[in-house]
Design a protein around this ligand. Structure first.
Ligand SMILES: C[S@@+](CC[C@H](N)C(=O)[O-])C[C@H]1O[C@@H](n2cnc3c(N)ncnc32)[C@H](O)[C@@H]1O
Length: 458
């Protein structure tokens, strides 16, 4: 827990701050009495009046009150949605500047951790998304009741305050409409809503995912507790909504800090929805990871596979493989693909996707990359080519140690977190040259980055 100081003096004050830059979470950064202050919604070059809302040993948190001098790059924030909501942290910044920010973010992480030769890395301009609005194919909204009013939406970052989202400008229209329709149906059927204050069972989260190619929609109702009054009736009504082909229930309990619980069961409809990327089909079950912006996913994968110099005799390891996307797309260029993934449902989807695409040379193994990769090496499997696409935490040190022994000839690292990427490159750059870093904008209006890095053995 961060220690918070209750300095009455500072917190009562309105202060004037000149914003110097944007932080990794999209906030404006300035200084007050030599201490760094984070002000969400403020932009570089702006002079703002802010209220200090919290003081910590090394920084201050501020709230934007008024802009005295406005940035030329400020644009109107979308109407009908609270700026505090997560997912729109950069929506007040012009799109070309968002792209610059994402590149600068990578450069800043590199200069903070300075992996070997980082000054010479070629960090290319961020590839823009053709659709900057309504691109998200998955909505995961929390539902709560506040004094008899039902709220369906997202929490503000780092808070438990839920914001109602009658509109969400980055969400695809179909997923947004399905969320709102389910909210109405749940109210009509008086389905109990989970109560986080009194710990009462009920519906907690509504997840709606749509496959872009087939338009099929999969709904998952995350509940606290199993037997929820009228849930089967709700599922039946949901199946009648446009494009919905499957409804699942995922069960959690109040002890679990994650959104999803461990038990997932189909209530009605198909097991999976089918999407298509670069001509290959991908079946997706509710727990399986799939990128949120389908148009940019094709660009991201194209860039990643271009960076891998594959040859027909290669064994390619698709590490952190999800439903097998990257390996399946590369399978016809190599001798064999071995994918590694922890989530059993995702591995089952990957095996299914291998068959769906009539691929004969790809296999997916369930387990952690840290554990499975050394086992493959011990069993004499040649690791010629490697693609890693880890979660935000980056690569485990033990995995990097294994890579030092195995030294795959060609290696691509896809990262959604420049900070852990730069830290991993500090170690990897001892044996690899970093040739190119490409940033693909997967999530416009947010500060999130997605980088593809080409590494070649020294
Ligand atoms: C960013 S996703 C990438 C998935 C896939 N490459 C794609 O593009 O759809 C990361 C995946 O790694 C899996 N994962 C997380 N930690 C893992 C680990 N230690 N070993 C293997 N897989 C892991 C997650 O379940 C998730 O599917």
């Amino acid at each position: 827990m961060k220690e918070k100081f209750n300095s009455q003096n500072l917190q009562e004050k309105d202060v004037i701050i000149t914003i110097k830059r944007i932080g990794i979470n999209g906030e404006g950064i300035g200084y007050y009495r030599k201490k760094i202050i984070f002000i969400p919604g403020a932009l570089p070059e702006e002079v703002v009046v802010a209220k200090i809302t919290a003081e910590f040993p090394h920084y201050l948190q501020g709230e934007l009150i008024r802009i005295k001098a406005k940035s030329p790059h400020r644009v109107a924030f979308p109407q009908g949605v609270d700026p505090a909501v997560g997912g729109l942290e950069l929506a007040h910044l012009s799109y070309p500047q968002q792209l610059e920010f994402k590149r600068d973010n990578v450069l800043a992480a590199l200069s903070k951790y300075h992996p070997r030769g980082f000054n010479k890395y070629k960090v290319k301009k961020t590839i823009p998304a053709p659709d900057q609005w309504h691109y998200r194919n998955k909505a995961q909204y929390q539902i709560e009741q506040d004094h008899g009013v039902t709220i369906l939406g997202l929490f503000a970052p780092n808070s438990h305050k839920l914001y109602d989202l009658p509109v969400m400008p980055t969400q695809s229209k179909a997923t947004q409409a399905t969320e709102l329709a389910i909210k109405d149906l749940a109210a009509q059927l008086r389905v109990p809503i989970a109560d986080p204050f009194r710990h009462l069972d009920g519906l907690k989260t509504i997840v709606v995912r749509q496959a872009q190619a087939t338009k099929e929609i999969q709904v998952t109702l995350i509940t606290v507790g199993h037997q929820i009054t009228n849930l089967p009736n709700l599922a039946q009504k949901i199946m009648k909504l446009a494009n919905v082909v499957s409804v699942y229930q995922n069960e959690t309990d109040w002890r679990n800090p994650q959104v999803w619980g461990n038990k997932t069961a189909k209530l009605l409809g198909k097991n999976q929805i089918i999407d298509e990327i670069l001509g290959k089909k991908f079946a997706l079950s509710p727990r399986a990871f799939f990128q949120l912006n389908p148009v940019q996913t094709a660009t991201l994968y194209t860039e990643a596979l271009k960076f891998l110099d594959l040859s027909p005799e290669d064994t390619l390891i698709d590490a952190y493989s999800g439903v097998g996307t990257l390996g399946i797309l590369a399978a016809d260029q190599v001798k064999q693909v071995i994918g590694i993934e922890t989530i059993p449902d995702a591995v089952a989807d990957a095996q299914h996707n291998v068959e769906l695409n009539r691929i004969k040379n790809a296999n997916y193994i369930q387990g952690s990359v840290e554990k499975v990769l050394p086992e493959l090496v011990n069993n004499g499997v040649p690791i010629d080519a490697l693609i890693v696409d880890p979660p935000r935490t980056g690569l485990a040190k033990s995995l990097i140690k294994t890579l030092f022994k195995v030294k795959p000839r060609t290696f691509v690292y896809i990262s959604c977190n420049p900070s852990t990427l730069a830290q991993d490159l500090v170690l990897l750059s001892e044996i690899y040259n970093v040739r190119l870093i490409e940033n693909v904008d997967m999530l416009p209006q947010t500060p999130r980055c997605e980088c593809v890095v080409k590494l070649t053995l020294r």
